[in-house]
Ligand binder design. Structure first.
Ligand SMILES: Cc1cc2nc3c(=O)[nH]c(=O)nc-3n(C[C@H](O)[C@H](O)[C@H](O)COP(=O)(O)OP(=O)(O)OC[C@H]3O[C@@H](n4cnc5c(N)ncnc54)[C@H](O)[C@@H]3O)c2cc1C
Ligand code: FES
Ligand code: FES
Length: 1373
């Protein structure tokens, strides 16, 4: 290496200079900010660039044009070594609650876009970076910017609405000078017939909505309500008085960095860490020298490929070359023949260059540029595009790189350099050699990429299908180029390149040869399909699975290309017949324009004092702290003195005996302190659930991959991880592997005897039926994907065996009791603290407690604080999720659609330990009637024991699975009879005074009201007609609509779980501290408790504080679950406040003009206690399974949801164009929080039923261990119009202030998207000549939906014969 060298790194963070000497090259910016700088606002959500929780902004000064650029990046993938001369801005650097908020922080909070808040700083920073570059963005800019940020709580709608306020032109029709669309039928509402975006023209929905909301009165309702009135409509947040965007508030780019850059004194930097040396050269000469000396060293640019390898695959690169300051790699040179783009240019820069060329070149010259732009628009999220480089994408040679097929098809060239030579090589069929392999020599680097202009008569197109519309690697993609003989349709040149159908980008050379020389016609195409299928023959067990779908996509893209070219040839006058009208639907995209959504809620009752916040939309009390990064989550707690990090070692076998655990290699590693095994546990070594035991750490046997065996303790996370990787466990396989429910049934592998329930006589019911239909449906499992992974910190107090435990759990008391039993100490020595939880959804109860026990053993043994924070992959592997279910059903029905009998067997995959599976199978049986009074009705439910990681509670607890089965049965009956599913639903609904199948009386009136109201507001009838028209005119795009009802029981059927307690302390200054048993999971329970206390004590919420949930203050609490948290804890807080308020009564009488503060002072002087406990006994609910009757729920929450989708039948892609939901939630305590719960749960349901697919290998290994492989809904999945209506005028005598629980029910209503898709598929199948019921399992992924459409293309793909090969992934239910 020649020239000067340095190991001093200089950069700025939030305006402060940071200098680092010899920083460890393995350190990424995220842990650096969080652990080293104490800036914990940026969060860890996945560590792999897939979730956006870690988003920060990087600013750089460019000497050439003296400008500063800003971009959002993922701090988790950004090596600190790359920050020389960079200014980093984190969420803490833009505003805070103590001095001044930034508008991006304020607006997301005020718009209710923050629930658990864990994603919020990332959202804030993505939006902030956008505004720095474009202060007046449009809605498309916002949705594109947020595409790389995941939120598991909100459903995104409120985030979009909050940030919509930055748009110069609001999307509201009023901005175009008309009457507001929210007040009636706007021009936008009345879209073209058949567009599906209409309100049906004469739909009364919106105008009637105002009748519901306009009951307000300024005088009685007070300022808060009046402020939320906009356009005469009650709004969830007040858009007036928002902080204006003020660029002067932004941090300036550090002048010192400008001076540094202008001095131009760049020297090679070398950083040496524990295992890795990093060299950052400044000249190309140095780079090629270094490459000659270290040919195996990777070139690290964006680190989006190498970073993942090092983090997740354990690849170690001892020497890294990072030429990100070498100017030659960033040169862009234009010639008449094309453009040469430096390989170091990021995707974002590439996009800018191409956009400029498209603007300036003649259209015929920019064919390739437009095709590349199309791929770039969907390539990853903005944060990745801002760092990932063109050269990196090409050299990584991903099989599903989006650029490579286009670059190859378009004859692009590379300039590569090495010490010996500089050469030009084409990106062609010989360039890609295999997975991650190209013909590049190890010592060569890519200098630039030449993209030629297209020639006259040449056309280039790009295609892509991915598991999610945005921020997802393509399943299959393609780049295609064609040149026709001038003036004819004869093909002269053709290049077809595909990605995703082999180990690397592949050329379909034989197919091209088949076509070249022929005229562009259907005959030519038909002859080409079999050649293509043979040429790109994907083996049945190919990695990635989805073999038939992927093969079908190769044909689909060729078909689409054919139609596109046919259209062009017609426009050119070469072909006489253009694309048939109905076929054109293959060429258009799916709708993507967001329309204003509508949230309709009840106003407070006339006469309610202005100060009383109950019933009013009130911002989540932590929203501002979350938006500024000040909110403290478990892993944000500062490092403790002597703290150790724990990493779990988990089983790699699904069923095996443990022969030996060898920890010697681990103990020999630097930093490793100890290894904890089962023998270290001083007390109980297992937990008992439903009468069965689960070992904390496996001792003799493992029964799933991912089972916890031991745990390594070290001084740092990196060291404990390396230690864990070094533990050697020897296993002896136990041959009997049970993974699927079919295998469990065959081997009678169940946790408990099946549960059974019924009413009437099904045998008689089937006899009465005119028709009988039998079928089955599979419902896949679901990963909780809470944004905050499992986190805990156990701190030994140091005396009397006391332990302080800080953890992210829904059930602190259970963790306390478990830890006490594990350590063999009384519970009074263990205090569990929960400040807040970054999402839980049922997944932070049982496994969290087991992990807390293991962490406590480690702290006990070492007498040091121990922290365990799971990485995303570990979390997904270990903690299980929602139970997958296989349901086999038989239904009898009359000719008119009346169902006479249903018999269903539910097989639930419980996994390797019992956990809560027996309770889940019970809840399935209690809910599978849903809204229907089927007279003869029987269900049996089995909890299957398998060798997969144990499944556990998940929002809805079996209800989303069983009710899908019921609705599927109904839709099958409708298909059999040729009727709409809504007709069959209506015909079979409960009506009048009713009784459930477990003999619980109830009145379904509100359920029917929701149904009717939803039907009316969604204009179901008229839209059905529009859709039929649309479908008639479009062969390859189909619309579908579905309306689904829900009846959801709230409360725990185990009576003791319904109790709650609270402690309310008043201090002498009048401030109040409320403590209760509920944990804040993002569901806003603390906000609601604040509202309850405010009403009861008649004081403003600003006087009331809630600090945390801990087992010291309120003991023996129940889990925050079952949608019952507010019902139970609200009553306990109310009770305590009532006690306090009545104690003050004499003082108020004595001094009626006094203030709250004066009465409190007086009370103290008069020795009146200012502390009160509150208690709520809860409902005495029960279920007698012997008698099959009971009162397992306190009441029912009702709702209905109508969704319309548009489906691309050729790819399976779809878009929800509109959703209308009506819910009866009684009198909402806080409409903004409740609507947030509804929207968030709905979107989680959409994920469950359409995109979230857990995949296991045939040996039981979970493949889907991060956001890269597992697709939770993102911004692109939000319905384009998303209306929520809370049913007015309803009461609920069974819960506090007449409210109802709403945390869980809306998950199920996500299935209206599933059934709308099914409806669209039915239309597609109709065109294919098929009718009647068909196999349609959940999730209805693009793969399943596309194949169900049974197009001529999917029919061409030979089906794999089951049993003749080993599939890549198993069917898990
Ligand atoms: C969350 C996420 C989503 C993604 N989504 C997509 C997507 O939708 N579509 C898609 O196509 N890709 C996607 N990618 C992949 C991404 O585009 C590539 O990882 C990226 O382009 C690689 O560039 P880099 O600069 O980060 O490479 P690095 O990780 O820095 O390097 C990658 C490899 O390329 C080599 N290399 C880099 N530059 C050169 C050079 N100039 N000469 C020779 N070798 C070089 C390195 O030696 C190394 O082996 C995604 C990645 C992530 C993390
Ligand atoms: S933590 Fe960085 S993207 Fe998920
Ligand atoms: S608020 Fe977005 S993940 Fe919880």
């Amino acid at each position: 290496m020649a020239g000067a060298q340095d190991s001093l790194l200089t950069f700025f963070v939030n305006g402060k200079k940071v200098t680092e000497r010899d920083v460890d090259p393995e350190t990424m910016l995220l842990p650096y900010l969080r652990k080293r700088m104490g800036l914990t606002g940026s969060k860890y959500g996945c560590g792999g660039g897939g979730c956006g929780a870690c988003t920060v902004m990087l600013s750089r000064y460019h000497v050439q044009n003296r400008t500063v650029s800003h971009c959002a990046v993922n701090a988790c993938l950004m090596p600190v070594c790359q920050l020389q001369g960079v200014a980093v801005t984190t969420v803490e650097g833009i505003g805070n609650t103590k001095t001044k908020l930034h508008p991006v922080q304020e607006r997301i909070a005020k718009a209710h876009g923050s629930q658990c808040g864990f994603c919020t700083p990332g959202m804030v920073m993505s939006m902030y970076a956008l505004l720095r570059n474009k202060p007046q963005p449009c809605m498309e800019d916002i949705t594109e910017t947020l595409a790389g940020n995941l939120c598991r709580c909100t459903g995104y709608r409120p985030i979009l609405d909050g940030y919509r306020t930055f748009c110069e032109v609001s999307d509201c029709c009023q901005s175009k000078g008309g009457a507001c669309c929210l007040n009636g039928n706007s021009p936008e509402e009345n879209g073209p017939k058949g567009s599906g975006l209409t309100n049906g023209g004469d739909c009364p929905s919106l105008s009637n909505g105002n009748e519901v909301t306009n009951k307000h009165s300024d005088q009685v309702n007070g300022k808060e309500v009046t402020d939320n009135l906009q356009n005469g409509h009650l709004e969830l947040f007040n858009k007036d008085n928002l902080l204006p965007l003020d660029p002067t508030q932004d941090l300036i780019f550090p002048p010192e960095l400008i001076r540094m850059a202008e001095r131009g004194e760049q020297v090679t930097q070398v950083f040496r860490g524990e295992r890795v040396t990093w060299v950052s050269p400044v000249t190309l000469e140095e780079v090629v020298d270094l490459k000659a000396q270290h040919p195996q060293a990777p070139i690290v640019m964006g680190n989006t490929n190498i970073g993942l390898d090092m983090k997740f695959k354990g690849v170690l690169h001892p020497f890294i070359i990072s030429p990100s300051r070498v100017a030659d790699l960033f040169e862009v040179t234009h010639t008449p023949e094309g453009v040469s783009i430096g390989a170091g240019c990021t995707m974002s820069v590439l996009r800018e260059v191409l956009e400029e060329l498209v603007r300036t070149l003649a259209p015929e010259q920019s064919e390739t540029h437009r095709a590349l732009l199309q791929q770039l628009g969907n390539l990853a999220g903005a944060q990745i595009r801002n760092v990932a480089t063109l050269g990196g994408n090409i050299a990584s040679a991903y099989p599903n790189s989006d650029l490579n097929p286009v670059l190859a098809a378009a004859n692009c060239m590379l300039t590569v350099v090495s010490k010996e030579e500089r050469r030009e090589i084409p990106i062609n069929k010989d360039f890609f050699q295999g997975f991650g392999k190209t013909i590049l020599q190890p010592q060569e680097i890519v200098l630039s990429v030449f993209i030629p202009v297209s020639k006259k008569g040449e056309f280039v197109r790009a295609f892509r299908q991915a598991p999610r519309k945005e921020n997802a690697l393509a399943t299959v993609n393609a780049g295609m180029r064609i040149r026709f003989r001038p003036g004819s349709s004869v093909v002269e040149e053709l290049s077809l390149f595909y990605g995703g159908v082999g180990p690397c980008t592949l050329a379909a050379t034989k197919t091209c040869q088949q076509i070249i020389g022929r005229s562009w016609s259907e005959e030519t195409l038909s002859a080409a399909y079999p050649v293509l299928l043979e040429e790109l023959a994907l083996p049945s067990s190919a990695p990635g699975g989805k073999v038939v779908f992927r093969r079908a996509l190769t044909l689909t893209f060729l078909f689409k290309f054919y139609l596109q070219m046919q259209q062009i040839l017609t426009e050119m006058g070469v072909m006489s017949e253009g694309v048939q009208q109905d076929m054109r639907s293959a060429l258009t995209g799916l709708p993507s324009h967001f329309l204003p959504s509508y949230q309709d809620f009840q106003d407070v009752l006339v006469g309610q004092p202005g100060q009383d916040p109950v019933g009013r939309p009130m911002m989540h009390r932590s929203a501002l702290s979350c938006a500024t990064g000040e909110a403290v989550y478990c892993d944000d707690m500062p490092q403790q003195q002597g703290e150790l990090s724990l990493t779990l070692v988990t089983s790699t076998k699904a069923n095996a005996k443990i022969i030996d655990i060898d920890v010697s290699a681990a103990l020999a590693l630097p930093g490793v302190v100890d290894v904890i095994t089962a023998s270290d546990i001083p007390g109980k070594k297992f937990r008992t659930f439903c009468g069965l035991t689960e070992e904390l750490l496996a001792e003799e046997e493992v029964t799933c991959v991912g089972q916890m065996v031991c745990a390594v303790l070290a001084d740092t996370k990196a060291h404990s991880k390396r230690g864990a990787a070094a533990v050697k466990i020897t296993y002896q396989d136990i041959p009997n592997l049970v993974l699927t429910v079919e295998e469990a049934i065959e081997q009678k592998s169940f946790f408990c005897p099946p549960r059974e329930i019924g009413r009437g006589d099904v045998t008689e019911g089937f006899k009465m039926a005119d028709h009988i239909h039998e079928g089955e449906i599979r419902i896949g499992g679901q990963e909780h994907f809470y944004m905050e992974t499992q986190s805990m910190l156990v701190v030994p107090v140091g005396e009397e065996r006391e332990m302080n435990v800080y953890l992210s759990t829904q059930h602190p008391s259970y963790a306390q009791d478990s830890i006490a039993e594990t350590l063999n100490i009384p519970s009074n020595r263990v205090t569990c603290h929960v400040k807040r939880v970054g999402g839980a959804f049922g997944g932070k109860v049982t496994k969290t407690s087991i992990m807390a026990c293991i962490t406590a053993v480690a702290a006990w043994k070492t007498e040091r604080p121990v922290r365990l924070v799971l990485e995303r992959g570990e979390d997904m592997l270990i903690t299980g999720g929602r139970h997958p279910v296989l349901a086999k059903y038989k239904v009898g029905y009359k000719n008119d659609g009346k169902i006479t009998a249903t018999d269903v067997n539910f097989y639930v995959n419980g996994g390797n330990t019992v956990d809560e599976s027996p309770l889940v199978i019970e809840k399935i049986l209690l809910h599978f009637d849903n809204a229907y009074n089927i007279p003869n009705f029987h269900g049996t439910s089995f909890a299957c024991k398998t060798n997969l990681p144990s499944n556990t509670a998940f929002r809805g607890f079996g209800v989303p699975q069983c009710q899908l089965v019921t609705e599927h049965i109904i839709s099958d009956v409708a298909l059999k009879l040729g009727r709409t599913a809504e007709e069959i639903r209506e015909m079979n609904m409960y009506r009048g005074p009713s009784m459930t199948h477990y003999k619980m009386p109830f009145d379904p009136e509100n359920m029917l009201l929701c149904w009717e109201e939803c039907k009316r507001r969604a204009c179901l009838e008229s839209r059905r007609m529009d859709i039929a028209q649309f479908n008639q005119h479009n062969r390859w795009k189909k619309r579908g609509i579905a309306l689904v009802p829900i009846k959801y029981g709230v409360g725990f059927s185990e009576a003791f779980l319904n109790q709650a307690a609270a402690l309310v302390n008043v201090f002498l200054d009048g401030s109040v501290l409320v403590s209760h048993g509920g944990a804040e999971l993002g569901q806003g329970i603390h906000t609601k408790m604040q509202q309850v206390a405010s009403r009861e004590l008649r004081i403003p919420t600003s006087l009331i504080h809630i600090s945390e949930t801990n087992t010291h203050t309120v003991p023996n609490t129940c889990p925050s679950a079952a949608s019952f948290g507010t019902d139970a804890n609200g009553m306990a807080v109310k009770d305590a406040c009532e006690t306090l308020y009545s104690r003050l009564e004499p003082l108020r009488k004595k001094n009626p003009t006094g203030t709250w503060q004066s009465w409190i002072k007086d009370a103290f002087l008069e020795k009146i206690s200012l502390s009160a406990t509150g208690y709520y006994r809860g409902h005495d609910l029960y279920m007698d399974w012997e008698k099959q009757e009971g009162l397992p729920y306190a009441y029912f929450t009702y709702g209905a949801c109508c969704c319309e989708v548009e489906l691309d039948c050729l790819t399976g892609d779809y878009r929800t164009v509109r959703t209308d939901m009506v819910f009866d939630i009684g009198r909402s305590i806080n409409p903004s929080i409740d609507i947030g719960q509804i929207e968030g749960a709905f979107m989680q349901g959409v994920g469950l039923y359409t995109s979230e697919e857990k995949m296991f290998s045939p040996s039981g290994v979970l493949y889907t261990r991060g956001p890269g492989q597992y697709k939770v809904p993102a911004v692109c999945d939000v319905p384009l119009k998303f209306n929520i209506y809370l049913l007015p005028g309803t009461q609920n005598p069974h819960a506090i202030y007449s409210s109802k629980g709403i945390g869980e029910p809306a998950v199920f209503l996500g299935c209206s998207v599933f059934f709308a898709l099914k409806d669209a598929v039915v239309a597609a199948r109709g065109d294919a000549g098929l009718s009647g019921p068909f196999t349609f399992h959940s999730p209805a992924t693009a793969e399943k939906t596309c194949l169900a459409c049974a197009s001529h293309l999917t029919q061409m793909v030979p089906m794999n014969n089951p049993g003749t090969f080993q599939p890549w992934a198993i069917d898990t239910p």
